[in-house]
Design a protein around this ligand. Structure first.
Ligand code: SF4
Length: 420
């Protein structure tokens, strides 16, 4: 196979992989020198986090962009008239090793369109990982996509070689999935996810007894949902996330704003804005659920089905629950401190440590790094002046917005102008 053909495949299959955000994209600036194979700049290098929290750069590619399915939201769908390509198993192995030796990457993120059927495709993904681990003694990071509907045996083997496994739910509701991806069934995602979850539990239990138990997907499993393609509200999206976190022990759910790619009347029109601000608000909500002790129903519910775009979800919750405030910084428990707008979990911990030695005032809080432009309306401390006084939530919101600058400001104005 000529160098040019491999280069061409790499261009096609790295470009097709960029829509999967379950490892976040980034631009590597490393360019080709001395006529070597590969050029990492713009060629699908992404970053991901290992089991121990290290950030690693990965070669992010599809094994093929041929697919027997026709999911309306996907560039790789069979009815799309695009250039197709497929790597052989050995080609992916060689590319990975080559890029690894040149220090372009520390691992591989490998996904695929569906060749023939789920098992036929999954077998090839597993074969790449097996060859890397067993023949090449490759100890870098491997993230494998699980193909919906793949058999238990293949999922078991995949986890023996991969650090992380993921299967994308893609569309947050069953009805949305049926409308946009009629070939797929929710059960096809559930089956491999359940298998991975059970194998991880089994591995952890056996490891306690037998130290040499082979590792199984040590960085866990994740999934991705496309946002804004199928009309779901934020309440439905976060309920789905919550369900998968609880029942399948997911490490992460990724939210990917839909990028319009076709003139299909079931989807937002070509040229519609990618809902990036909404995507960011969903990530913030996800964070509040996982690390700040919020239940999804406190942030989103039948009465409040969509997140505010102009303020973050914690501030939005606080403004709807002013009766919970002011919180006394010097005596409140951790749960309540974590609910104060302007306080991250690191500041919460610093406050809890510092108040063992003194009662805290505004100056102490500033030094700790509390965003007082938001927090001041919700707390009392040793300085005592409570800034909320008898302000309404609307008034507080206005004052906070007046004094804040957000990197999303321009995006918000653009997105809001769509509704005027
Ligand atoms: S099965 Fe996957 S690759 Fe194939 S069309 Fe659907 S989303 Fe795209």
């Amino acid at each position: 196979m000529s160098f040019e053909r491999i280069q061409e495949k790499l261009n096609i299959l790295a470009d097709a992989a960029k829509y999967d955000v379950s490892c976040s994209s980034s631009g590597s600036k490393r360019t080709n020198k001395d006529k070597g194979l590969g050029n990492a700049s713009g060629m699908g290098i992404c970053h991901s986090y290992t089991e121990d929290g290290r950030c690693v750069s990965l070669l992010k590619i599809l094994l093929t962009n041929y697919c027997v399915f026709d999911c309306a939201y996907c560039v790789t769908r069979k009815s799309n008239d695009i250039k197709r390509a497929a790597f052989k198993v050995q080609e992916v192995v060689d590319l990975t090793i080559n890029f690894y030796r040149r220090n372009y990457i520390e691992g591989l993120f490998l996904s695929s369109g569906i060749f023939k059927n789920a098992d036929y495709t999954m077998e090839r993904l597993v074969a790449v990982a097996r060859k890397l681990r067993l023949d090449e003694n490759f100890n870098g990071y491997i993230h494998l996509k699980s193909i919906p509907g793949a058999s238990d045996e293949l999922m078991r083997e995949a986890g023996l070689y991969a650090d992380r496994l993921s299967v994308n739910i893609e569309i947050p509701t069953k009805s949305g999935l049926k409308r946009l991806a009629p070939d797929k069934k929710r059960e096809d995602f559930i089956k491999p996810m359940a298998k991975v979850k059970n194998e991880i539990i089994k591995y952890k239990a056996e490891k306690k007894v037998i130290k040499s138990t082979p590792k199984y997907a040590p960085a866990g499993q994740s999934t991705q949902m496309i946002i804004g393609a199928s009309g779901e509200n934020d309440f439905q999206i976060m309920q789905t996330s919550n369900h998968f976190y609880k029942h399948f022990n997911l490490k992460r759910v990724y939210y990917s704003g839909y990028v319009p790619i076709s003139n299909d009347e079931r989807l937002p029109q070509l040229g519609s804005a990618v809902p990036m601000l909404r995507e960011n608000r969903l990530y913030q909500t996800d964070w509040l659920m996982r690390f700040y002790g919020f239940d999804v129903s406190e942030i989103l519910n039948q009465k409040h089905q969509n997140l505010d775009l102009d303020i973050d979800p914690k501030l939005s919750w606080a403004l709807r629950n002013l009766h919970e405030f002011p919180v006394d910084i010097n005596s409140a428990d951790k749960r309540m401190l974590a609910r104060i707008p302007g306080l991250g979990m690191r500041s919460v911990q610093k406050i809890m440590n510092a108040r063992r030695f003194r009662r805290l005032n505004w100056e102490h809080l500033k030094k700790i790094g509390v965003a007082l432009n938001r927090a001041q309306y919700f707390i009392i401390c040793e300085s005592n002046a409570f800034e909320r006084r008898d302000l309404t939530s609307e008034k507080i919101k206005g004052l906070i917005l007046q004094n804040s600058t957000s990197k999303y400001h321009n995006m918000l104005s653009n997105q809001l102008s769509l509704f005027t």
